[in-house]
Write a protein that binds this ligand. Structure first.
Ligand code: DC
Length: 213
């Protein structure tokens, strides 16, 4: 079985598509955003400022992050729900912009896939470009900004305008940072999900995965 990478900004359906493909092909799946979120939670709990590089790195060095069946563990504690809270969401871009943090995360993500037997579906922002540049199947999901904001607002129950502003801010941060900015990886198939039903996206990705299995 192959390594499948799913990259793209938030609100494009990465997580749901990843889980559906994992189910269909019996592949382990990894949500790398949750790794960055768990690291951010540890930083906040330590009382460290997300912009304070050296202090952030010290915290991240000292923690273990794991994920099984979509449940995320920080030092053995299930933090799956806590890492979706607004304080973590607001600080995660700053924490994930530190080059040394990214280096440690990339290493841990590769180790995770290795421990799972070497094939998996992995979603994030730099998976096809940095973490697994030689992956057999690379997908980049995209959608128009207003569609992404509406999807996120429906998930969280927040005002779509507030969500749109927050998404725009985080996108700008994620795609302009110096290390591993969000880009379409070389060789990735780009799918715009704006006008597609969820099943149509899953079918298209399934065809690509099946061709390499
Ligand atoms: O997908 P998400 O919203 O849970 O991601 C949280 C943050 O983590 C997002 O702002 C970008 C960052 N991230 C990253 O820099 N690299 C990844 N591979 C995954 C997420």
């Amino acid at each position: 079985m192959p390594i499948v990478t799913i990259d793209g900004p938030s609100g494009t359906g990465k997580s749901t598509v990843t889980r559906a493909i994992a189910d269909r092909f019996a592949l382990p799946f990894l949500d790398t955003g949750a790794f960055y979120r768990a690291a951010t939670l540890a930083v906040l709990e330590a009382g460290v400022a997300p912009e304070d590089g050296p202090a952030v790195i010290e915290v991240v060095k000292g923690i273990t992050i794991d994920q099984k069946y979509g449940v995320t563990y920080l030092d053995g504690r299930d933090v799956s729900e806590r890492i979706r809270d607004a304080d973590v969401t607001g600080a995660v871009s700053a924490v994930s912009a530190h080059p040394e943090v990214r280096r440690m995360m990339v290493e841990r993500q590769r180790e995770w896939v290795e421990a799972e037997g070497g094939s998996a579906i992995v979603e994030g922002r730099d998976i096809g470009s940095v973490v697994f540049p030689d992956a057999e199947v690379k997908i980049y999901l995209d959608a128009r900004p207003e569609v992404r904001a509406m999807r996120r607002a429906m998930e969280s129950g927040e005002d779509p305008r507030t969500v749109a502003a927050a998404i725009e801010r985080r996108d700008r941060y994620d795609s302009t940072r110096a290390v591993a900015p969000l880009t379409v990886p070389e060789g990735a198939v780009v799918i715009d999900t704006s006008d597609l039903a969820f099943d149509e996206v899953v079918e298209e990705v399934s065809r690509l995965v099946a061709a390499k299995s």
